[in-house]
Every structure is written in C-alpha cells, then in structure tokens.
Design a protein around this ligand. Sequence first.
Ligand SMILES: Cc1cc2nc3c(=O)[nH]c(=O)nc-3n(C[C@H](O)[C@H](O)[C@H](O)COP(=O)(O)O)c2cc1C
Length: 304
Amino acid sequence: MRMPNLAVNICGVQFKNPIIAASGTFGFGREFSNYIDINRIGGITVTGITLQPKVGNPPPRIAETPSGILNSVGLQNPGVDYFLEVELPRLLTYDTGIIVNINGTTIDEYCKIAEKLSKYPIDLIELNISCPNVKEGGLAFGAHPDMVYEVTKAVKKSSTQPLVVKLTPNTSDIKETAKAAAEAGCNGLSLINTLIGMAIDINRRKPILANITGGLSGPAIKPVALRMVWEVKNTVDIPIIGMGGAMKGTDVVEFLLAGATGVGVGTANLVSPTACIDILEELTAYMIKNDIEDIDELIGTLKI
Ligand SMILES: Cc1cc2nc3c(=O)[nH]c(=O)nc-3n(C[C@H](O)[C@H](O)[C@H](O)COP(=O)(O)O)c2cc1C
C-alpha cells in the first residue's frame, strides 16, 4: 500500500499530519530538536505566553500520580516580546505549524498579546482560558460561558490569525462553554486542559505541590477528554484539536474517531522526548495495516 495521506486542515491551515505538541510540554522546541526532526511533527503549540515575563509558581510543582501527573507550573515564560524576538524566528525555520498559546489576567492583556502576534506568520492562536494554576485569568474566564463569550469576542477582533479557544474540563457543562466560544466567532476549539487535583504527603501531612492544587494530565484523563471531544463535536461545527492522555498511535485514532481533526500530545513528551514522532509512526502503521488511505476516513467516524 502507498503511504497514507495524513494531512489535515485545521481552521483553514494545512498541517502535514494531526500530531500537535501540546502547550507547556514542549517549551519552544529547543531541547526536543536534539532528539527528533521537528519538521516531521504536524504542529507545535508553544508554552503559554503572557504579556510580561513570568517566573511561575514555587517548587515543588510536579507530582506523579497513578497514570498521570499533577503540575502547577503556573505559566512560567519569558514574555511575548522575548518570544517574538528570540524564539519565534528560530521556530519559523521549521516546516511545521506554529500555534501560540496566549494567557492574560484581563481581557485587555489577552488582546494586547494578540495584537502583537498579528504581524507575524503564526498559523493559529490558542486562547488559553483554562489554566488551573494561576490566581487571575485562566479559569476565571474559561469556566463561565458569558466570560468565554466576552474574551473570545474581544481577542477575535484583535487578532489576524485564526483563533482556537482552549477549553477547560473544570466546568459543569463543556458544551455550554464550547457554544459560547463558537458564537463569539472563534475558528476552532482545543480541549481539554488539565483537571484540577491534589496530592498529599502523609508523612509530612502536607500537600506535595507548593501551590496545594495542580492540573492532572496523562492517561488518567483520556476517558474524560474523549467524552468531552465527542460531546463538543456534536454541539458545534468547528474544528477541534483534542488532547488529554494521548500516549500512543491508537490513542490518536480514538480522538480522531471522536471528532478531533488534530490531536495534542502533552505529558507523553515528558516521558520520552521522541513521543511525537513515535506516536506519528504508530498512527501511520495503524493506517497502513487497516488499509486507511486518508486520515479523513477516521475523523468523526465513530459509529453510535
Ligand atoms: C507541565 C505542563 C505544563 C502545561 N502548560 C500549559 C500551558 O502553558 N498552556 C496550556 O494551555 N496548557 C498547558 N498544559 C496543558 C496541556 O497542554 C494539555 O492540555 C494537558 O496536559 C492534557 O494533555 P496530556 O494529557 O497529553 O498532557 C500543560 C500541561 C503540563 C503537563
């Protein structure tokens, strides 16, 4: 059989395959370029960017859990200006999609970052209104449909690139926040961000994370993520980047069947720096084995 076609179109942007490094787990790709050919990945979502540099939360900020990790990194990053001057030019030398994850504490901050980005050849903007590890912004926007609508509408006006809104699972009904983002004019959705959790050290009788709570990611959250992708797919008619616990090629197939057009790979990058390429090769092998010539034969084809 010939090599299958893995190319996908997300919000009008062509990606060579659906594998997308998830924000916060791939940095700006620097460290990973020592291990893999970054040109082979469909896209890279850079670590969450804020208007000013941010040191993040105090350590410890990672705790292992059964089938997952809790993190409370808190958006440590060098700020949008440094990103545009130093990191973006290097990222643009790669033949891969570039998605920039933006974060603010006010709507105005989100808009200012989007305005700065609008002059650069970035493929998609990912509006992160779902970070569970910051005191201001993050979930204060993402958990409530009316706030989701307001921030999405404002950032859409300030940006020239297609806008993907990253949804939180920490809300009573993700269909409502998905609808609000779509009504406000976003071009796509990404889901899910991490689930709020905590870990306890019984000897010290203290939380393991200095921030007390953190965001749970990895295989433990895959069933929740799949359910939410499927629910959102049946609610709004815009492309979805699905993520949450994708560790191997068959996990990606599950997300595609549930309705995702792209699939984010996050925690897997922390287990192995070659994860994105390994997963891509497993997906390709699955397609060849099952005589699937085009990735479109998988997307949204779950039989109910
Ligand atoms: C260490 C770490 C840092 C993260 N930082 C960000 C971030 O800056 N912005 C964001 O939108 N999501 C962030 N996330 C969430 C991931 O992008 C992803 O949505 C989540 O981890 C679920 O996917 P996974 O189970 O494949 O990791 C982070 C996750 C981890 C584990």
